[in-house]
Design a protein around this ligand. Structure first.
Ligand SMILES: NC(=O)c1ccc[n+]([C@@H]2O[C@H](COP(=O)([O-])OP(=O)(O)OC[C@H]3O[C@@H](n4cnc5c(N)ncnc54)[C@H](O)[C@@H]3O)[C@@H](O)[C@H]2O)c1
Length: 341
């Protein structure tokens, strides 16, 4: 109590010493320091320099995302045009690889053979007959290729010549399971193609066609990749029209032994078009007819390989039925040339 009283009296004395008893350091500080800082800003055009700095900084941050997406030469063009007030920054970034290719060629700074942007491509079923030829074509074109295969019918031998190539990767994976990769294009071939193989495990065949295609389309949607499905002439079933036009919807048995393949491919086509219409995925469907060439499996029940195998073994060549049936044949390099997207 005593101490408190003392304190109070000291405080009172201090207050008494203040002029007019109204001294407040806070109220006096503001009016003095505010004009001083403003004066400081206005002196020697400092405010002007601050504003110019803010302008340059914000221009950089607005342009930065666009510039980081372009190469050095594009960046230079983009900066020039944006400073001159045109809208070509947005246009050029939307032009895609074709536009970049054209501009690089015109500038003449990049040799013509290096002008095309290298694509990252996944090929499912790339260890198989058609897939391995397609991989060869894409590697020869200068792209990076990732093969996904579970080696059900495919063989490493088909790709062994590419081992050690830095633009080639091989992943043992079943397309029935999802996978996440950053790619520009997806060629979806994974599926046993010959009757012997697709009838071996029909449930697995239809799962590969439906779930495998769903997984690959989901990937295409997520990463914005272009998608190609290798379908088959079997989607026409036992056709009533010859030759079959794309507008013909077929005559397919949904409950037969071959339905796992025929109906599986039909569903894969449906999914492909639904992803295109519903999610804007860029898609292609190739309905392939009988293809032959190196690396096809002997004894897989297809007509050309059967004839070749029997001829090699010096056996009589078997013609089923009355021999009047017709087939459309193509050599594998023609098919690969047509399916490259
Ligand atoms: N060759 C033809 O005449 C022909 C005709 C019509 C359609 N097609 C289609 O072309 C594609 C390739 O046919 P192909 O003749 O090269 O057949 P293929 O059997 O030689 O190749 C298929 C590849 O897919 C792989 N595969 C199968 N199931 C898989 C799975 N679940 N996950 C990962 N990989 C899997 C196999 O191991 C193989 O490497 C197939 O989609 C087929 O339906 C081919």
């Amino acid at each position: 109590m005593k101490q408190l009283h003392k304190q109070a009296s000291v405080n009172y004395r201090r207050d008494e010493e203040m002029p007019g008893n109204q001294y407040s350091p806070k109220t006096l500080k503001h009016p003095r320091s505010l004009p001083r800082s403003i004066n400081y800003l206005f002196r020697e055009q400092r405010l002007l320099f601050v504003l110019v700095g803010v302008l340059i900084g914000s221009t950089f941050f607005i342009l930065q995302p666009t510039l980081s997406r372009l190469g050095p030469s594009e960046a230079r063009t983009a900066v020039t045009s944006s400073l001159s007030g045109s809208s070509s920054v947005v246009q050029s970034s939307n032009r895609g690889s074709q536009g970049i290719f054209q501009r690089r060629s015109v500038s003449g700074r990049v040799p013509a053979d290096l002008g095309r942007r290298r694509l990252r491509i996944v090929v499912t079923g790339g260890a198989g007959f058609v897939g391995s030829h397609l991989v060869d074509k894409l590697i020869a074109r200068g792209d990076e290729v990732i093969v996904i295969d579970n080696f059900f019918t495919g063989r490493k031998d088909n790709l062994v010549h590419l081992f050690g190539n830095p633009r080639f990767e091989l992943i043992r994976h079943d397309v029935v399971e999802p996978i996440l990769l950053e790619v520009d294009q997806i060629y979806h071939l994974a599926c046993p193609a010959s009757p012997v193989h697709y009838k071996y495990n029909p449930v697995k065949t239809i799962k590969t066609n439906v779930m495998g295609t769903l997984n690959m389309l989901g990937l295409a949607k997520r990463v914005g990749a272009r998608f190609l499905l290798t379908s088959t002439s079997e989607v026409y079933g036992d056709p009533l029209e010859h030759p079959q036009k794309e507008t013909y919807w077929g005559n397919v048995n949904p409950i037969g032994e071959r339905s796992c393949y025929d109906e599986g491919k039909r569903t894969a086509e449906t999914l492909t078009m639904d992803y295109h219409r519903g999610a804007g995925v860029e898609v292609r469907i190739a309905r392939i007819f009988n293809t032959y060439g190196p690396r096809m499996c002997l004894d897989d029940g297809r007509v050309v390989s059967n004839f070749v195998a029997q001829a090699i073994r010096k056996q009589p060549m078997t013609v089923y039925g009355d021999g009047k049936q017709t087939r459309s044949f193509q050599y594998v390099s023609d098919l690969v040339w047509l399916t490259v997207i």
